[in-house]
Each structure stands twice: as C-alpha cells, then as structure tokens.
Design a protein. Structure first.
Length: 313
C-alpha cells in the first residue's frame, strides 16, 4: 500500500479535481493507496471539501493544521501520519502530474528507496522565477553537494527513507534538501510540469526568499566561511594600505586621499553589515531550533479513524 501526501492551502474546487484525477490514475494502475490531504490552515472551503472527500471515499483522510504553517510543515505532518510502505509527496494543484506516480511506484518495486521527479520543463513559471530557481539550485548544489538541479518536491519515499526523515528534528526543514541528504538508493522519473489548474501560485517573492535562506542555512555554513574569508582579504588589503599611509606620513606626504577614505568607509561598512546579517541568519535559526516548538499543530482530522501504523504518539 502506498500513501499519497498532498498539502492544501486554499485550493477550493481544486481539491475535488485533484482527488478525482488521482483516484482515476491510481485506480487504472491498480495501485492500492491511501490519500492524506493536509489542510495547511485554509481560509476557504478546502477543509469542507476534504471532509466530504473523506466521507465518500474511505481511502481519503484529512488533517487540518490549526493555522497556515507553510508547505514544509504541512508535508511533514502528512509524512508523520502516512501509513503506506511508500509515501508519494505531491502538490495538490495538479502541477505535478499524478500520471507519474505509477512509474515512480515501479522504480520503487525495482528497489529504489527515493524516486525523484525531475522536471523536463517549467510551465507556468515566469522568466524571473525560472532564473532565480536555477540560480538557487545551482548555488545550493555547489555549496552543499546535495544535488538539487531540476529537483521538485514531487517524490516517492520508501518506508526506511520516510522514517529517516522523521528522525530529523530540524524546525525549519527543507524537504527538497533533507530528502536528498538522507541518501538511500535513488532513481528519477522525468515529468512535465503542468500549468496550475485554477488559483495562483502561493509563493510570493518574499516567501521564496525565506525558503531559500532557510534551505541554505540549514544545509551549509559556507556563508559564514565566506565572511571569514572576506575578513581575511580585507586584513591583507588594510595592511598594505596602512604601511603605505605610514610611509607617506613619515616622508612628510600629503593630506590628499579624500576619495580613498570615503570609498574605504563605504566598502568596509557594507561588508561589515553583510557579515553581521549572515551571522544573524544563523543566530535566528539557532534561536528557532532552541525554542523547540512543535512544527505544526493539528486541529482536526477527517476520514477513517485508522490508528497510525508507524506513529507512536
Ligand atoms: N501550499 C501549502 N501551504 C503553503 C503554500 C502552499 O500547503 O503555505 C501547497 C499548495 O496548496 C500546493 C503546493 O503547496 O498544493 C504548492 O504550492 P504552489 O502551487 O502555490 O507553489 P508552486 O507550484 O508555485 O511552487
Ligand atoms: Mg503549484
């Protein structure tokens, strides 16, 4: 049996479309499944729709988070309540084609523990989005050696991989990164990313930037090392300039050099502030982790009251 976990935030009628499409595809492929729909604090009728779906189909279960905790937290909630021998994580807006699930399941049956869907295209994304995504994935892969190029959140995880993920205590998890970091036998399936059916992307530039910073800081301390390196570079520079200034002063040299002073002030000031900012980001993360608050809260459940097979609560 496989579990399909899908986060839902204000998808409205999209919920019904998604459930219908998914059960059609998996039914045709004769795959035994349960569907875990995680309502990430929707303010529209998404929860009512999930409830309805859970009533008419016993394979559907719903989890309602007490507020919008973000996609990452919703995924985690779903993973922690999935009972399948493998879990497929998929967006509920039909941008991740459910038709890719049967091939993913096949890879899993052939022995892969993590099957990633890699995108062949990037439909429905603006140029700016595409460029920034590429830039981020490249940088991330470079800095952390966790390969993210063309990766998506759409993936299948076998039970051992799911359990490995659940053992990670990080507060601001970054699913795409952690699910690569854990290793295990991997396989990929190519998918065409579809246009969004209804609604608009939930990711504002700000949310994306947040995700990028979280992802980077939770995977690498390279930015901190860069600050150190920049500091060392400046030290060398300062030494040369210092010596030159002193020599000039001894030889009764000039007072000129206004431009140099201003430039130095601006450049060092900028670097100091950026350095502080980078350190601050890490501090903020440490603070977050130390508080150790739960990563999501469940308000309500819908569907068959199956005890979670793998969860000790
Ligand atoms: N989503 C969520 N919580 C959020 C933001 C998004 O559960 O805070 C869900 C959303 O309902 C969708 C998936 O995450 O199923 C991907 O969101 P979206 O389509 O907006 O992202 P994009 O496809 O643009 O990356
Ligand atoms: Mg989408």
């Amino acid at each position: 049996m496989i579990s399909v976990v899908a986060p839902i935030w204000n998808e409205g009628p999209g919920v019904d479309r998604f459930v219908a499409r998914l059960s059609e595809v998996l039914g045709d492929a004769q795959i035994d499944f349960e569907l875990v729909l995680v309502d990430d604090g929707s303010s529209d009728d998404s929860w009512a729709r999930i409830n309805h779906q859970a009533l008419v189909d016993p394979r559907v279960r719903g989890l309602r988070l007490s507020r919008n905790f973000g996609k990452e937290a919703a995924l985690l909630a779903g993973l922690e309540h999935a009972n399948g021998d493998a879990v497929v994580v998929i967006d509920s807006d039909l941008q991740h084609p459910p038709s890719a699930i049967p091939p993913m399941v096949r890879r899993w049956q052939e022995g892969a523990h993590v099957v990633e869907a890699v995108k062949r295209n990037r439909a429905g994304q603006s140029i700016g989005n595409r460029i920034s995504a590429k830039l981020f994935n490249r940088t991330f892969t470079r800095l952390t050696r966790v390969d993210l190029v063309d990766a998506t959140d759409f993936r299948l995880l076998a039970r051992p991989a799911v359990d490995a993920l659940r053992r990670m205590p990080e507060h601001s998890s970054f699913f795409r990164g952690t699910s690569s970091w854990i290793g295990f036998t991997r396989a990929t399936v190519e998918v065409e990313i579809d246009h969004r059916e209804g609604g608009a992307s939930r990711w504002t530039a700000r949310r994306l930037a947040r995700l990028a910073v979280n992802g980077l800081t939770s995977f690498t301390s390279a930015p901190l090392h860069l600050v150190t390196l920049a500091g060392l570079g400046f030290a060398v520079f300062a030494l040369i300039l210092g010596v030159q200034t002193v020599i000039r002063w001894i030889s009764g040299g000039s007072v000129a050099g206004f431009t140099t002073v201003i430039l130095l002030l601006l450049v060092t000031g900028t670097f100091v502030l950026i350095g502080l900012g980078v350190i601050g980001e890490y501090l903020a993360r440490i603070h977050e982790e130390v508080r150790g608050r739960p990563r999501y809260l469940i308000q309500e459940r819908a569907g068959a009251d199956v005890p979670d097979r793998w969860v000790v609560e």
